[in-house]
Write a protein that binds this ligand. Structure first.
Ligand code: AMP
Ligand code: MG
Length: 317
């Protein structure tokens, strides 16, 4: 379908693409987003595939109203409610404990989820028609500039997305401001389109974390999920010992032997399916009897690189 004007008819089509598990680029007031059904892990895995991201980062879920957005959290402090009431729709992202329905691939396995309500009318209409939260990072290739026009998206992602909704230039042109809360107090995770001074007028002083006197770069504060057990990366067929304290994470085929737990990432050998289920599999190994996880190396291509990045980080602790 490629790049189309954001007419009401095309917005409906784009919503259908999202409902069917596809990926659509769309304008928000900050930058263009690469959107998929935020409750469908495989659709979210495709976002990483299209961006060519060699690692998983948590995605922001976009909703069409504050009431719907709040359902994605399990706990909302009073200060967060105030900020949502004042600044949504708008360039403010809130990071709070996630509701059970939010899949692990959206949060990279974290217990918190990032949510915002964009103000761009095309974005709002799309999310409303899709009838579910839309997970969307910026619609650029990994490590490249965020796109502020449909032409930027097309140039970087080409035929990757199933559809690109052209809604003209984005009004703000920088990413949303990301705020989380520590014991009820707002903490800045990323400066962006909404000034911290505006936030402070509503929610009081905002904590800005610095490392060595320098504010952290965007995204750097996102803690990474790590399994509690030790994790070792192995080749298929390696001589590892099964037992009551050992779990096995296979790529496509079950291993022999009696393991405390076994998970197969994708019986058909699909890296997309493997990526979609990776965090949920690791979480299922969080049992006190499991002390070691043997994880098979997956092919280092496409999403396999992001999977390997995650496994390597988990193995380094
Ligand atoms: P983008 O969607 O490209 O604007 O980037 C999303 C940003 O949100 C990244 O910098 C993430 O690190 C941040 N983010 C998303 N979810 C969380 C979370 N649960 N905790 C901390 N940061 C988050
Ligand atoms: Mg980005």
């Amino acid at each position: 379908m490629g790049q189309v004007k954001a007419t009401p008819g095309n917005i409906k089509k784009a919503a259908a693409v999202i409902r069917a598990g596809g990926v659509t680029a769309f304008p928000t007031e900050t930058v263009y987003g690469l959107g998929a059904d935020g409750l469908n892990p495989q659709a979210c895995a495709r976002i990483f595939e299209i961006k060519g991201r060699p690692r998983f980062d948590p995605l922001i879920l976009h909703e069409c109203s504050a009431a719907r957005a709040m359902k994605l959290f399990s706990k909302v402090p009073a200060a967060a409610k105030k900020l949502a009431a004042r600044f949504w729709p708008g360039p403010l992202t809130l990071v709070l404990p996630k509701a059970a329905a939010v899949p692990d691939i959206v949060t990279s396995g974290l217990a918190t989820v990032a949510v915002r309500v964009p103000s761009n009318p095309v974005a709002l209409a799309l999310i409303k028609a899709a009838g579910r939260p839309v997970a969307a990072p910026s619609a650029n290739r990994f490590g490249r500039l965020s796109p502020t026009s449909a032409a930027h998206v097309k140039k970087q992602l080409g035929r990757g997305p199933d559809m690109i909704l052209d809604g003209g230039k984005t009004a703000i042109g920088v990413e949303s401001t990301i705020i989380t809360f520590e014991v009820g107090r707002p903490v800045l995770l990323r400066p962006g389109g909404l000034a911290v001074e505006e936030i402070e007028k509503v929610a009081g002083p905002v904590v800005v974390k610095k490392r060595g006197g320098v504010p952290l770069a965007p995204g750097c504060l996102a803690k990474h999920y790590a399994p509690k057990a030790r994790l070792e990366i192995i080749e298929r067929g390696a001589a590892v010992k099964p037992g009551p304290h050992a779990a096995y994470l296979a790529f496509s085929k079950k291993p022999a032997g009696k393991w405390a737990a076994v998970k197969v990432l994708s019986p058909s050998g699909s890296l997309r399916e493997a990526a979609a289920g990776l965090f949920a599999c690791l979480h299922s190994f969080e049992k006190k009897e499991i002390r070691i996880i043997y994880a098979e190396r997956v092919p280092a291509q496409g999403l396999g690189r992001a999977i390997m990045d995650r496994l390597k980080r988990a193995s380094r602790r």
